[in-house]
Design a protein around this ligand. Structure first.
Ligand SMILES: Nc1nc2c(c(=O)[nH]1)N[C@H]1C(S)=C(S)[C@@H](COP(=O)(O)O)O[C@H]1N2
Ligand SMILES: [Mo]
Length: 318
């Protein structure tokens, strides 16, 4: 497999000045078809660049896609994490959370689309579209949680960039900041962390970009300020702290597939019938519970997503 070498200069996305954020925000507003609606959103209303005020989302509507299973506690959701940039042990991300600098934040959009550019977070995620979605998150390590996310549909955001007909996939990148993120000083994974979806998967209404949980801004350890949530796939597809979105014609590289192609495929749909080479995926332990549960096909979202994979051999495309 050919691995594209990523130049350091290429991936240093986080140094975005206030000025460039402002200019790009204006460019986006002018370019947007629904410019008037976007301009009506108060400037910097959502993520104040200064101060540490933790945003509370008021009057959130619960999405019809929510599960009504019992929620995992806020404590467990925020102290038992996988975020290798902040350390390898489950408690490390919380302990090292302050190393992640999330304000200001911008996302570069590039590749096969008509409106590439650099967008400030508050232009990407319109507050009017926020909703609460209670989703299961199932890790490949066979634990799971039920999390009340605050987010917006990924598809709605992606459409605003007008992907071209060549955009068959979309790739996401996490912030690359080894000076601050202790985990990136060691070659544990191909940094920056990257993930990808087929475009029809990305456009599925179950995919969200999350900006909060339990009605509050995302804690850093959960992928602030912006992370993907793909509820029918193993947790590692739900990439955290996104700074770059790239539309591609070819299937893009993903960090876990580069690290272990036999263990982590591109699709990574939750599938109790396809074992990880080193362990079974038939059961899972819901964090906070004692007994294991049976893992459900597509993490219980089969009715909604099975049609995306109709003619595919899921043992081959794992
Ligand atoms: N950038 C980045 N994103 C990431 C990871 C990571 O190490 N780095 N871990 C993934 C894995 S393996 C899981 S299970 C989920 C965990 O999300 P949570 O800590 O919010 O529960 O995040 C995913 N997203
Ligand atoms: Mo995971």
């Amino acid at each position: 497999m050919l691995i594209k070498v990523v130049k350091k200069s290429d991936v240093n996305e986080h140094h975005v000045t206030d000025e460039s954020l402002y200019l790009n925000r204006r460019r986006f507003m002018q370019a947007s078809v629904s410019g008037a609606a976007i301009a009506a959103v108060p400037f910097m209303s959502l993520y104040p660049a200064a101060g540490n005020a933790k945003l509370e989302f008021n009057s959130l509507k619960k999405s019809k896609y929510s599960t009504d299973e019992e929620l995992t506690s806020f404590d467990d959701i925020t102290r038992y994490n996988n975020f290798y940039e902040l350390g390898l042990k489950k408690g490390d991300p919380k302990r090292n959370a302050h190393h992640l600098k999330v304000k200001p934040w911008a996302v570069k959009v590039e590749g096969e689309c008509e409106k590439p550019g650099e967008y400030g977070l508050e232009d990407l995620i319109l507050p009017s579209e926020h909703e609460e979605r209670i989703y299961r998150l199932r890790c490949v390590e066979a634990w799971s949680m039920v999390i009340p996310w605050v987010g917006v549909e990924l598809g709605g955001v992606l459409k605003r960039f007008h992907p071209t007909s060549k955009a068959k996939y979309v790739q996401f990148f996490t912030i690359y900041d080894p000076d601050n993120l202790p985990g990136q000083r060691r070659p544990v994974l191909e940094w920056p962390y990257r993930e990808g979806l087929r475009i029809d998967e990305a456009m599925h209404p179950l995919c969200i970009l999350a900006v909060g949980l339990y009605g509050k801004e995302l804690p850093n350890q959960n992928g602030a300020p912006l992370r993907l949530v793909v509820p029918w796939k193993y947790g590692f597809k739900s990439i955290k702290s996104i700074v770059r979105i790239r539309f591609t014609e070819k299937q893009p590289a993903t960090s876990w597939n580069l690290a272990g192609p036999r263990e982590y495929g591109f699709y990574s749909n939750v599938n109790p019938e396809v074992d990880h080479p080193r362990w079974s995926q038939k059961k899972e332990r819901r964090i906070g519970e004692v007994f294991k549960r049976n893992t459900l096909m597509f993490n219980g979202y089969a009715d909604q997503v099975a049609s995306l994979y109709e003619s595919m051999d899921l043992a081959k495309y794992y």
